[in-house]
Design a protein around this ligand. Sequence first.
Ligand SMILES: Cc1ncc(C[n+]2csc(CCOP(=O)(O)OP(=O)(O)O)c2C)c(N)n1
Length: 195
Amino acid sequence: MQRAQCIEALYPELHDKLVVTIMGACAQELYDLGHRENFFYLEHAMGLASSIGLGLALTLPQEKVVVLDGDGSVLMNLGALATLARYRPANLVHIIFDNGSLLSTGGFASHTTEGITDLAAIARGAGIQQVTAVSTFYDFIEAAADAFERNDLSVIVAKVEAIGPDHYGMDLKLPENAFRFERYIRERRAQTAPA
Ligand SMILES: Cc1ncc(C[n+]2csc(CCOP(=O)(O)OP(=O)(O)O)c2C)c(N)n1
């Protein structure tokens, strides 16, 4: 299973959700499908995409928040899983694409390579109730559909091949993306606020 294929399948479902991705390959794959104002690509701050997602989910309970993460990034900030479990925002879906690799910076093996570290087990041990580990495209689609419908914190660990885009480059710098994302949220809140 390839992450790009998974993201492409998710894409139509993401139009009404707040989406936070890690940097590099994952961000590029989503961006290449067509940027939307509800997408935020967290550059540089490895390991913090789920922390940003948690903050959004807690402060915007009417929104569904989707975090697209990577194994290397999650390993950089494992405590975030315990924090997610503790606050358990019902509107957060955390998808970890586990390619066993730090792909975006050259493809060095991560701790999940060859089954050494089991991120789904860590998420369960952190106290997250809804954790699904998948390795086929069909199971991924089913797990994502369930998580999007479920009103509970959900984590999906998707084993994917260590394959990324053949190019990098987004015409959207981090500050511009952040300002526009914030404006999108503000305008959406104004539209949906009770009169
Ligand atoms: C604290 C920190 N260390 C290192 C980097 C450099 N870096 C950027 S992306 C990346 C790899 C990310 O790996 P993963 O989350 O597994 O995603 P993948 O690239 O495999 O899609 C690294 C090491 C960084 N941005 N921040």
